[in-house]
Design a protein around this ligand. Structure first.
Ligand SMILES: Cc1ncc(COP(=O)(O)O)c(C=O)c1O
Ligand SMILES: [Zn+2]
Length: 696
């Protein structure tokens, strides 16, 4: 089973290169879109029969895949998904031959697993240990699973519109997830700059050979499952277009090899809110103009499809085909309708293709008797909030220009610098939660580091092994496993031996212990005998923080003013909390409680009227509401909030001294996140709850 790959061709200028699937750019024109070329004449005449004898995975088509025979594959059993006849849809749409390619049944729940197994195996083959990608969610989930298996570190940049459930799904794999405030196309730009800045490999998507070649296997499987026969149509929900590009290439090769008698028509379906291809196609243009996505279906958010459109347009001109858009509402309706008629539930992005099927039939593009295959491209799984630890997500705020939406160069550089700060992580191992918290706050008031905390030795060791932090702050007397044993473990494991350890302990040390620590740690600090500022300066120094203007000011200011200073420099991402409480003294008390968390900024107001003004000026991340107010009752205020766009989506927490009736409790449970009676209020618990709620 050897590959028949014979050359790599540049799509821009046609220049042919050696048959190496990893070639990234053309030496003739600098173009980055590559195509794999195969020696189809050498394909054995009995290839279909030969393929049939092989295991039921997508790897059974090895002759027409770009990898050598000894290539190491990372697999989770992807491919060879069912092709199911959609009897219910056929009946309802009164069309004779509709098939569903059920890509939900892939290891991570979407057809992107095909791409991930190819691309990740290729990265491993090239000896790449770390890779950066931008994604709208599903490709990232697929890459996360396969990079874990291959031992490759993955950095994923997502646009902020990706639902938090999808982000958690990714974080579950322990990869680095960075949310970029901006569009998907901006997240792509930031990912590319981040990769360049850190000299890391960047996932190239549709331009790269492994990605597109992987999607060919959908075409091969469909043809084989139909009895080595071509369908008339292949329909798919399209974002960047890797799927249809690969599928088209697969059909084209089978046609050229004489295995099928025609090249099927491709039906490209996009959400109306992000449909650059459809818009161009409707105007018969050869290139698609970029659009700003405005759709709830965030998985399909490629606003600038580039070359992918040109290729699909050319194919549509040559072999027939069509491009249509459907509204979000039409997609959601199709989602319910297919679940109810076929017993197949899917995510909204996949249902876009089914709404498109309806439209293409209604408009007469698909004609009676034509065999249609629809890709049911995904149904990804979502992780619940409590499944994850704190701070799994990094947030990169890009200052985009309001006029053009573009990110100015200097703004991007500053944002990436702040990200560098955030990806610097520390593990604090201290069994005293008070000390641990103090250390965390102190360091975070200097720089927005990621600080992970463990309260006993075993957890601490595991955390260091998992997180591979830039520094460990270690207490010596710990339950389960003491600091010395942890140190011994860390220093004898090659993955952790170079991580600097700073010891902070109240233990009095023997001379022997002192000598040991001197040898294996960076420094030892006796609890109660050092200035916290000195420690912070030392630690930030080890981590390579530049002494900047802020640090200089921090040095001169008393500790209680640090927080204000840090905020005034706009460092980190703060959560704004609005406290609405008619009793000024209690409002301040509540304000102080939240301000003890360095990432919270608090505004206190004493009436509903002022609350409205504050919400309109700066929408808070959380409203903490007392039900007794001077102007209107808290319940009336809640009703008002619900009826106004600025108020309807606010996260609200009620803290009240009022005795509630059953009806009031019922009303509140539908309107607010939680209710905290003042009589039994545990302030520490409230703070922790709000930290969990707001800080990810
Ligand atoms: C479920 C699902 N359907 C469709 C698409 C669009 O894929 P393509 O990259 O082929 O445009 C994606 C892309 O992530 C997806 O996850
Ligand atoms: Zn070229």
């Amino acid at each position: 089973m050897r590959t028949l790959l014979k050359a790599v061709r540049c799509l821009a200028c046609g220049h042919e290169m050696a048959p190496d699937p990893d070639i990234a750019s053309c030496p003739e024109c600098g173009g980055g879109w590559m195509d794999a070329v195969y020696d189809l004449a050498a394909l054995p005449a009995d290839w279909p029969a030969l393929v049939k004898t092989r295991p039921a995975t997508l790897w059974r088509y090895r002759e027409l895949l770009p990898f050598p025979a000894d290539f190491h594959i990372f697999t989770l059993g992807e491919g060879w998904t069912p092709l199911t006849r959609a009897v219910g849809l056929e009946r309802e749409l009164q069309h004779d031959s509709i098939w569903i390619k059920d890509e939900r049944q892939q290891p991570t729940g979407s057809f992107k697993d095909r791409q991930a197994t190819f691309a990740v195996s290729a990265l491993y083959d090239q000896g790449i240990a770390e890779v950066v990608m931008a994604s709208t969610g599903n490709a990232a989930a697929a890459y996360a699973a396969y990079t874990v298996r291959a031992g490759i570190k993955l950095w994923v940049f997502l646009s902020s519109s990706v639902p938090v459930e999808k982000m958690r799904e990714l974080a579950l794999y322990g990869i680095e997830v960075i949310k970029v405030s901006g569009t998907y196309d901006q997240a792509k730009q930031v990912a590319a700059d981040f990769a360049a800045r850190h000299n890391l490999a960047l996932e190239r998507g549709a331009k790269a050979i492994p990605c597109k070649e992987s999607m060919k296997t959908i075409a091969f499987e469909i043809v084989e499952q139909l009895g080595w026969r071509a369908p008339d149509w292949y329909l798919q929900a399209v974002s960047g277009g890797i799927g249809p590009l690969g599928v088209l290439k697969g059909f084209t090769e089978l046609y050229a090899a004489g295995i099928i008698d025609r090249i099927p028509k491709i039906g490209v379906v996009q959400t109306a809110g992000c449909s650059p291809m459809v818009q161009a196609w409707e105007q018969n243009l050869d290139a698609a103009m970029p659009v700003q996505p405005d759709s709830l279906i965030t998985v399909l958010a490629t606003g600038a499809p580039g070359m992918a459109y040109k290729i699909l347009k050319r194919a549509a001109d040559q072999y027939g085909g069509a491009m249509v858009s459907v509204s979000d509402g039409e997609a959601f309706r199709a989602m319910r309708w297919v679940a109810r008629t076929e017993g197949i539930s899917m995510e909204p992005a996949a249902s876009v293709a089914f709404a498109g099927l309806e439209k293409l039939l209604a408009r007469g593009y698909i004609q009676a008797g034509e065999c249609v295959v629809v890709n049911c491209s995904g149904h990804t799984f979502t992780a619940e909030k409590h499944a994850l630890e704190d701070r799994y997500l990094l947030h990169l705020k890009t200052p985009s220009s309001p006029a053009t939406g573009a990110i100015p160069k200097e703004g991007l550089a500053a944002a990436l610098e702040r990200l560098d700060e955030q990806i610097t992580s520390l593990v604090v191992i201290d069994d005293n939660p008070h000390d641990s918290r103090l250390i965390r706050r102190l360091l975070q008031s200097y720089k927005n580091y990621r600080v992970f905390q463990a309260y006993n030795g075993m957890d601490g060791l595991a955390l260091v092994q998992q997180r591979q932090p830039d520094l460990v702050l270690l207490d010596l007397t710990l339950p389960e496993m003491d600091g010395f044993s942890i140190l011994a473990e860390l220093k004898t494991d090659e993955r952790t031996q170079d991580i600097p350890v700073v010891v902070i302990s109240a233990k009095s040390l023997t001379l022997q212990e002192e000598a040991y620590l001197q040898r294996y740690t960076d420094s030892v600090w006796q609890k109660g005998s050092f200035s916290t500022r000195e420690l912070a300066r030392h630690v930030t120094g080890i981590l390579g923080a530049q002494p900047d203007e802020l640090a200089r000011l921090l040095d001169q200011a008393p500790l209680k003013e640090h927080e204000k200073l840090v905020k005034s420099f706009g460092v980190g991402d703060y959560k704004h909390i609005l406290v609405i409480e008619d009793n000024v003294w209690e409002a301040r008390l509540m304000g102080r409680l939240f301000e003890s968390q360095p990432r919270f900024a608090v505004t206190e107001v004493y009436s509903a009227n002022d609350a409205w003004a504050a919400i309109k000026k700066n929408p808070p991340a959380l409203v903490v509401l007392d039900l007794v107010l001077p102007d209107i009752t808290g319940l009336e205020f809640l009703e008002d909030l619900q009826s106004q766009p600025a108020g309807a989506d606010l996260l609200i927490l009620v803290v009240t001294g009022k005795e509630l009736t059953i009806a009031e409790k019922k009303f509140l449970s539908a309107q607010v996140d939680s209710v905290w009676p003042k009589s039994t209020l545990n302030r520490a618990a409230l703070l922790t709850y709000v930290e969990d709620l707001l800080l990810e």
